[in-house]
Ligand binder design. Sequence first.
Ligand SMILES: C[S@@+](CC[C@H](N)C(=O)[O-])C[C@H]1O[C@@H](n2cnc3c(N)ncnc32)[C@H](O)[C@@H]1O
Length: 176
Amino acid sequence: MAYGAKQSIAWNSNAAVGCGTGRNLAPLLEAVGAEGQVYGVDLSEGMLGEAKVLCTKDGWHNVELMRADAVDYVLPEPVDDAIFSLSYAVIPQHRDALRHAWNQLRQGGYLVIMDAKLPSGILGKLLHPFVVWTSKLTVLGNPDVRPWDELRELTGDVDYEEAQFGTYYICRARKR
Ligand SMILES: C[S@@+](CC[C@H](N)C(=O)[O-])C[C@H]1O[C@@H](n2cnc3c(N)ncnc32)[C@H](O)[C@@H]1O
C-alpha cells in the first residue's frame, strides 16, 4: 500500500525522533487523534524551544517534548509508531538510535524513516563529494547511511519507496 493511502489503523501514540522545530508533528497528531499522545525527542534545546512555541501556538496539548539523545531517551510507554523525519542520517550513532526506537515500539507498530538522498546514477556520483563536504559543515545528513539496509538487520519486513526523482526516500518496517 502506498504510504499516502488512508489506513484504517488507529494509533494511540507515536514518537518523532529528532523532531527539531516540530514541523513534522502535525501529521503525527492527526494520526493519533485528540486522545492520543505524541512524543517529540531532540538533542537540541534551541530546536525544542521552537517546537514548544509551535505547540502552544497551534494548541497541541498532547505533545510531550523531551530533550534527550536518540540513543537513550526514555518514553513513559511503548509507542505504536516511531518516525525519523530528516533526522536519521544526522545522528552519529544511527544504528544504536534505530535499535533503541525499535525496542520502544509496541508489537505491530511501525518504524518509519524519511530523508533526502542522492539520486542514483551518474548525477548521484557527481554530487557525492559535494554532499559529503557540505554534510560536515551543516545539518545535511551523511549520504552514505542506508537506513533501509540497517532496518533489514532488525526485520525482513521492510518497505522502501522513493519520491521526487529519487532525491527522497521513505522506508518502513513493522514489528511483528
Ligand atoms: C534536519 S533536523 C530535522 C527536524 C525535523 N524532524 C523535521 O522533519 O523538520 C534534524 C534534527 O535531529 C536532531 N538530532 C541530531 N542528532 C540527534 C541525536 N543524537 N539525538 C536526538 N536528536 C538529534 C537535531 O537536533 C535536529 O533537530
